[in-house]
Design a protein around this ligand. Sequence first.
Ligand code: HEM
Length: 225
Amino acid sequence: MNISFLKRTLSRKNLMAITGLFLCFFLVIHFLGNLQLLLPADQAADSFNHYSKLLSGNIFIKAVSYILYLSIIAHAIDALVITIKNKKSAGKYAFDNRKKVSKWYSRNMGILGTVLLIFLVIHFKDFWYVYKFGGLPLDEHGNKDLYTIVINAFSSWWYVALYVFSMLALGYHLLHGFKSAVRTLGLYHPRYARYVEVFGVAYSYAITIGFSVIPIFVHLTHFGL
Ligand code: HEM
């Protein structure tokens, strides 16, 4: 392995870590916004549609959204390049102990990431695209009625199951990804490594359970069992 290859890989890993942590931050904000879907139906509709309008009309949030889209693309491309490079070097070592010392999800970040990418394509098509370009009906306050679109999307169990399955993939992706990103960027003193690890696990569980509860709750409260 020559030095320039090592440098390129490290800076790719840095970029992946930075974009990954930014996406972790986005997930918290997105989750907090989605909590409005758990309000009683009449309040939830007004609140969620108003909030969506605020987000789409604010120039600062628009700028952050473009950084978000670029981060998703950069994260996915970097992951692909690093996975291909790793695959090429696999088998070159006489002694390979990875299966014993690492968790299955750490070795399958590429597969988990691919599931998430497919989830995001469906997610963008059903919500983001419909909101921006779908000519939505307006609610009684003149805001686009995204709330009804989201609620109706979760009317079928298979769609709820698709979300819960994707959130499980997200959870495992985060379990490895958060720790790995913090380590790549060297953001902690070894003395605090244990705290970072515990925070990463708690964060991954909270995001997975939180995002899974929303479609299940919406289905049960609006459409019953
Ligand atoms: C309960 C689960 C979820 C619901 C109900 C939900 C709902 C929505 C809705 C309604 C939008 C379009 C309106 C908007 O731009 O704010 C949206 C956008 C988006 N969602 Fe989700 N979401 C969920 C989970 C997720 C997850 C797990 C991810 C990432 C893995 C994600 C990533 C995104 C992204 C990147 C956007 C575009 C944001 C932007 O344009 O700035 N969502 N989501």
